[in-house]
Design a protein. Structure first.
Length: 75
């Protein structure tokens, strides 16, 4: 079972409805001027838009805080 926004093999799981789908071509608004580098996907089942986990600034921040937590736990 994939986590929400896991990105495993191009697949995502919607954190709102739980639907699994292929993230390729599921950008939220192709007419958006930022669409070319945008990592937001739109669930085809419910229409909920969310960022792909591990991508962009959100992914970098998540990895940064995870490394900090791991460093605090290590003796």
């Amino acid at each position: 079972m994939a986590r929400a926004g896991s990105g495993v093999a191009g697949h995502e799981r919607c954190p709102l409805c739980g639907a699994e789908f292929d993230a390729a071509g599921q950008g939220c608004r192709p007419s958006c001027p930022l669409a070319s580098g945008c990592r937001v996907v739109c669930c085809p089942a419910c229409g909920y838009s969310f960022p792909q986990e591990g991508a962009g600034l959100a992914g970098r921040l998540q990895r940064f805080f995870q490394r900090r937590r791991d460093a605090r736990r290590a003796p």
